[in-house]
Structures are given as C-alpha cells and as structure tokens.
Design a protein around this ligand. Sequence first.
Ligand code: AMP
Length: 279
Amino acid sequence: MEVFTTIKEVRNFCKKSKSMGRSIGLIPTMGALHGGHIALVKKCREENDTTILSIFINPLQFNNKSDLLKYPRNTDKDLEILKKHSVNCIFIPDAKEMYPVPDERVFNFGSLDKRMEGHFRPTHFNGVAKIVSRLLQITDADRAYFGEKDYQQLAIIKHLVKNLNFNTKIVPCPTVREKDGLAMSSRNALLTDEQRRNAAVISEVLKEASKKTGLTVQELKERVCRKINDTPGLEVEYFEIADGETLQPAVYREASENGLVGCIAVKAGEVRLIDNMVF
Ligand code: AMP
C-alpha cells in the first residue's frame, strides 16, 4: 500500500497505473473511517484495478471553526484498516498541498444547493466542489465513489462532473447503517452514550414515515419533526421531502417520476447528524 502526501506522487502513481491499462477508482474521504467508507472501498475494488482513497479534512467545506477542530481524526487506525482491505494507494495531503494559493472559484449548482444542507451551510458545497474537482483532476479516475448518505452532495457532484466534462463516472453507494438503523458517520463518535441511543429514532421515524400511506407531504413532515423533537436531546434542523433528482420540495407524494427522498438534519447537542430515505 502506497501512502502519499504530495500531488506529484499521486499523479505519477495514477499515470503509471493508466499506462499499464489499469483502471482507477477514487474514494474521497475525511478519514475516521467506518463501515460506510469500507463499503465504498469494497465496491471500488470490485470495479477497478487500482483503488485510491484520499483522507483530507477539507477546511473549505466547514462553516464553523469549532466543527472543523472537533472533527474526529484517526489516521493511524485508518491506515491499518485500509491495509487490511488492500487499498493500493492512500493520499493524505495537508491544506497547503491541496490549496497552495487560495481557490477563489465560485460554483453554480442552479437550484440544487439552495435548500437543505446548502441553505444551512451556505459555503459548504462550494468547498466540496473545490476539493472533489481537484482530486478528479489529480487522479483522472475512471470511477469515483460517493455515499447516498450525503444525498444532496451526491446530486451536486454528479452536476459538477457533467458541467466540467470530467471523464470520471460517479458511482453512488447505498447508506450503511448501524444495527439500530443509525446511518454510520464519523460524527457518531462525538455523541454521548445517551445521544447515541436516542439518535436511533431518526432512521426509525424516517422508515416508518416512508412506508406510511394516506398522509400528505405536509402531514408526513409534521409527523417526522414532532417524533424526533419529542426525543430528548434531539432537534430537527430541517426535514424535507424532495424530488429524487432535482431536490425540489415535493408538494404531492405521487407527483415525481424521479421518486421522492426524505432528507433530514438533526442536532444532538453540538453534533449534527444527517440522513435520508427514499419515500
Ligand atoms: P466523509 O468521510 O464523511 O466525507 O465521507 C466520505 C464518503 O463516504 C462520502 O461519499 C460519504 O457519502 C460516504 N459515506 C459516509 N457515511 C456513509 C454511510 N453510512 N454509508 C455509505 N456511504 C457513506
């Protein structure tokens, strides 16, 4: 397993792989790896000759400093896990390597980033686009793997890749959950035991609502928010039922040919948890 900290090394590694006719799969992460990341690794390894995983806590996608400072970091353990899963190359750059000069690009995602995460974290997706576009340029990956857990991010990255004519195919991967249904997330490690127990209600309520017939979109939204807000220590930041492709809010349950997705953000104290489910 190669571990690189510079763009030059990764670029050379990728060029060499490609010159040998080996396909490249890329998995961008912020580290503190868990089962969700590993599912991406497994899929990537099945579909590509060379698997590259990047670990970079991208400062440009954090809206507040304390969230960035508190973000879990566990590089030694991450490297151990990745070795076990036979990842070919790990890229762990620092911020100076990724952004030698300020990246002043402003991306336009149309209506995709106006609501939900984009509304509550206004510069977040611009920061995501800066790092993902750089990683795609550096690796020229054939495929890149992203989790459906970050549903809006996935929609935005698909848009970015089309708009900038990247050759990389974006491969969505289903959300991996803990036994009690909580979506796996690096941030789960920041929850107290009580918050962790209570957080299971998020996916329970989403699942129940997604199967419920006979309620309007508005009634479903109220029901989900009430049940979660009634759980001690949890507070809904937003819950939206949206078109599965355009992410525009649904008015009627039956209306969309792209299907509907219920997307939620919940605060458990200072920790922000997101999840979604097909409705
Ligand atoms: P992160 O390290 O949180 O930036 O996540 C890196 C990638 O892993 C992103 O594409 C996420 O959507 C994906 N991911 C994170 N959690 C999960 C999960 N529970 N299931 C599937 N994919 C996930």
